[in-house]
Design a protein. Sequence first.
Length: 469
Amino acid sequence: MQKIAQLDHEYVWHPFTQMKDWLREEPIVITRGKGVTIWDSRGRKYLDANSSIWTNLHGHAHPKMNRAINAQLKKIAHSSALGLANEPAALLAERLIKSNKVGENGPTKVFFSDDGSTAMEVALKLSYEYWRRTGVSKPRFLSMEGAYHGDTVGAVSLGHVDLFHRAFKNLLFETDSAPAPYCYRCPHNKAEPQRADARSYRKCDFECVTAVEKKFSEANRSGKRITGFVVEPLMQGAAGMIAQPEGWLTRVCQIARNYRAHVIADEVMTGFGRVTDPAKGLFAMQQEDLAADFVAVAKGLTGGYLPMAATLTTRPVFEAFLGEYEEFKTFFHGHSYTGNQLGASAALASLGLLQSRQSLAERTKLATRFDRGLQRLWKHPNVGDMRRVGLVAGIELVRNWRTREAFELRERVGIRVCNAMTKRGVLTRPIGNVIVLMPPYCTPAHELAKMIGALEESLFEVLPAESLS
Ligand code: PMP
């Protein structure tokens, strides 16, 4: 085993990883990247088919990104945001607010933090405290079943992934949940399974929307008003790439508005062009012309180069925290690296690239190619559902597509397929039995074909089957 791999085995504890399995094999040690390709310490190369856990937008070592970070590094890497301002953070805040506009509406203030979890934690605390100050004694939150909003204790409380969260149950505060619009496995979808995205052939009356309405009305009736509705717009990521049928988001946000609840949009995965029509904007809420009271962004904020996050919010929320010093209405929350100058410079460079005409054209082309390329996977009988929104797709593998019978988690089907893809030089991580493909925006046609081809071959290797014509 190479030296670095040995050190890793000896000293590093990896996230979301069964370390007993990890210690059985020599890990891949990544040493460099260029565009969509990354290399390991043995000189093997891989395509980064999940954009380095959903963060990378423009590819690795992009000259403009590197130049912006280097230029900032020559000035200063970091200065405190407690008591001091800085140029990149101020410019970035302006740009985030301007790119989040929906007509005249949208957030007006930016609170910086470090990652998706802390961005959600900020939204949660601000919303809670806003309502408390406006006379609600116990503000309450409603989020979606299967939701994952991060790993800090507040973010975990908003989440509903039993496997991850049950161990911490007694540490958490209570939140309510409503069914996510998971058309493929929805008990209200009367359609027989077809070889297509279940959203396209669903037969239902949007019972999932009615369920959200019911949560709000019941909470009101029992005097436990819901004050915050938390949602990953257009697609729930870690829940298994659960894509929402068109119109769902508009309907549920309208319900939240009717009950005067904050709409808290977790755009940690969906933000920065990942799921939107480029012409509509960079954020998922903009796809359905919706403005949120809170927008949490992270992952793609710096193009995947540095850890940084932000929570955007509105003037009324900001104003609820204004007062004389001795009133102590201050938002007592913040992190040492808040408003980091290097991170903000990377984010500005990334937004510059994203808002260029070239990026718009490339993303449009990539989405079309992606959609076309994925269709061949329907040939494999263990593909049950395939959900693509923009530049992300979840391919759900099932034992029997006619009955939707699922594989058991302990069979590790997703892991085995991804391991077979790694052998073919394509890296991604599954969510249970869902294979995620999330190419960086710079992915050329032939590399995209290689990613999809590797998945197709791996499916036939791990789950040998007759091809469906
Ligand atoms: N929200 C969503 C929607 C996410 O997908 C994630 C990460 N997968 C988070 C929050 C937490 O982000 P982080 O891992 O950067 O803390």
